[in-house]
Design a binder for this molecule. Structure first.
Ligand code: MG
Ligand code: MG
Length: 271
């Protein structure tokens, strides 16, 4: 994934503005979602929203990806291409969004749930989201990436019996969407890159209801679970400081948007 670049506080401030625009875009997406709406519609609205804020969609045309959002339904893990398929009242919808502005990126993701999603699947979403914050707690100067990885893996696999995807990982972020270090969602405490103040990383657990194994679908992009069971994905971009990590994106505004949309389940971000 390449070189590790430490950021100045000025650079982190730019990334924070970008990540907040990502969060506002996810909140906007959350306000648009209802059964019958398509991913392609939501994607077009998200692109318009980002451009109206004088930024560029971060994913579009990167590595040849065709869209503003990655929208991955149900057994889709990540990298789904927004399509003309209508959302159903029992879908879970993972939306990953990036923006680019002032020479830096921003990146975050949220999994939305329609009203008929089962309690079992809601537990998967809650656990995945909890593991994101458990990972973030470990993102401290002097700690190692493996401390983040292990916190996420322990909570999802050991405590809750889910499968952690191995093939896709979190990443450093800055002038590139993907920089070093890799931030796996599995690993050993005390191993990996030693974090210092100024490191900016995207932490993004991808957690499967069933087994951890995934495959690429026929569209050449979407990663799906091999067993066809659902998968959840939550992501924040954070900055390592000499104290508490700073979460540069903000899911609480997404949660606020859901409270005003009766067509989507409310989602309490910290349980
Ligand atoms: Mg992302
Ligand atoms: Mg990412």
């Amino acid at each position: 994934m390449g070189q590790v670049y430490y950021k100045t506080s000025e650079e982190i401030a730019i990334i924070q503005v970008n990540c907040m625009l990502v969060s506002k875009t996810l909140a906007y997406v959350g306000s648009l979602l209802k059964p019958g709406v398509t991913g392609a519609f939501v994607d077009a609205k998200a692109e318009e929203f980002i451009r109206d804020h004088d930024a560029l969609p971060g994913f579009k045309n990167l590595y040849g990806f065709p869209s503003t959002l990655c929208i991955s339904l149900n057994e889709g893990v990540v990298h789904g291409i927004p399509s003309d398929i209508e959302f159903k009242d029992d879908d879970i919808v993972s939306v990953d969004c990036g923006v680019y502005n002032n020479e830096f990126f921003g990146d975050a993701a949220f999994t939305f749930a329609f009203p008929e999603v089962s309690d079992e699947t809601m537990d998967l979403l809650h656990t995945t989201n909890q593991s994101l914050y458990l990972g973030i707690e470990q993102a401290r100067s002097g700690n190692r990436i493996g401390d983040i990885s292990n916190a996420i893996q322990h909570h999802c696999e050991r405590v809750n019996g889910y499968g952690i995807v191995r093939e896709l990982v979190g990443h450093g972020l800055g002038r590139n969407l993907h920089e070093g270090p890799e931030v796996p969602n599995f690993g050993s405490r005390g191993r990996g890159h030693k974090m210092q103040e100024g490191l900016v990383i995207a932490i993004e657990p991808m957690v499967n209801m069933g087994k951890r194994h995934v495959k690429q679908s026929d569209d050449g992009w979407t990663i799906v679970t091999r067993d066809g069971k659902p998968s959840a994905h939550f992501e924040h971009t954070i900055a390592v400081t000499d104290g508490e990590p700073i979460i540069l994106s903000d899911h609480s505004i997404v949660e606020e948007a859901l409270k005003n949309n009766a067509e989507i389940k409310n989602f309490s971000i910290k349980k």
